[in-house]
Design a protein around this ligand. Sequence first.
Ligand code: 5GP
Ligand code: MN
Length: 363
Amino acid sequence: MIQLSLGKIKAFVLKPILLNCIFAGMNLEHLNELKKLLSSPKKIAIIPHKNPDGDAIGSTLALWHYLVNTGHTASIVAPNDYPKFLKWMPGSDQILNFEKENSQSKACINNADIICTLDFNHLGRVGQMSEILESAKATFVMVDHHQEPSDYAKIMYSDVKMSSTCEMVYVLINQLGDENSITPEMANCIYTGIMTDTGSFKFAATTSNTHRVIADLMDKGAEGTEIHHRIYDTNSPSRLHLLGCALKNMVILEEYSTAYITMSQDELDTYNYQKGDTEGFVNYGLTLDGIKFAVIFIENREEGIYKISFRSVGEFSVNDFARKHFSGGGHTNAAGGKSDDNLEETIAKFTSLLPLYKNQLQS
Ligand code: 5GP
Ligand code: MN
């Protein structure tokens, strides 16, 4: 009896809260076009960005489960591999790796009626895969929360205020009227991406809506504690030693409220670097009192570049900084980029730019 009435209260209270009050969602014209497209079975390719993170893998998997469960033929094609700590996610064993399963991946893209690109907004973010996507005949759908989207997608759901692409997939499924089709597997995938992109619900983009979504996902079977454990409690001794090396390398420039870390390929090799091992290292800079801008430069000898992660607190836009100076972009407080120069030149360029931003960084 009690459970029944609680269930009724949940259905009565939650649904209007989730649907009517809080989400801008996809614009109606685009939503209707998507509904029409999905009204008959389609062949769909789902694409995350290169070096996919928890949000990219979580959102593509949640959408994949949804589309397969609603009668479509869907495949996820990732531009390259992703960290082991994401490989427990339900459905992850079916993700194609474009670098390793090249002909199967190409066939999926070329044969697709619809291509959904998730957690990125310009085709340069998929590396080697951009050429084949540019020539694909499918209708493109974009679901993404980064700034300054380009216009390759006919159907766009772009919202820079959203915590994560996973939160957007949740909203989209609600908008499609299928909130009751969210399975525990989907709930776990969506929860994971929201958790990783919000730094466990602490970054500024975490809203009360985000928490409402998380609450509903828990009701639908997401196992928060277990997910946290699987993502964050999988350190190897060598990863902790690599972190020690990164922290030793940290340079603090108090004058500019900035801290940066460098990691050479030799250092990565010394500590048996595995994909994903440097995830989160950049954030340590921001834990220093007074630091507003944190950066990590990580060598990738194979690609001949330094991959850079930028983080900030407050108004200083690392999206603008990365876009303008390091061929990158992202969000106001988290962005990425790269440098083709050697470390010395890269750091010289970086430090020479800081005086231009001194006022912003000190305010
Ligand atoms: P991370 O530093 O963790 O790789 O990325 C931080 C944020 O910036 C993420 O949202 C990521 O998708 C985005 N990002 C990372 N690298 C790039 C890049 O090279 N270009 C653009 N436009 N965004 C990036
Ligand atoms: Mn994201």
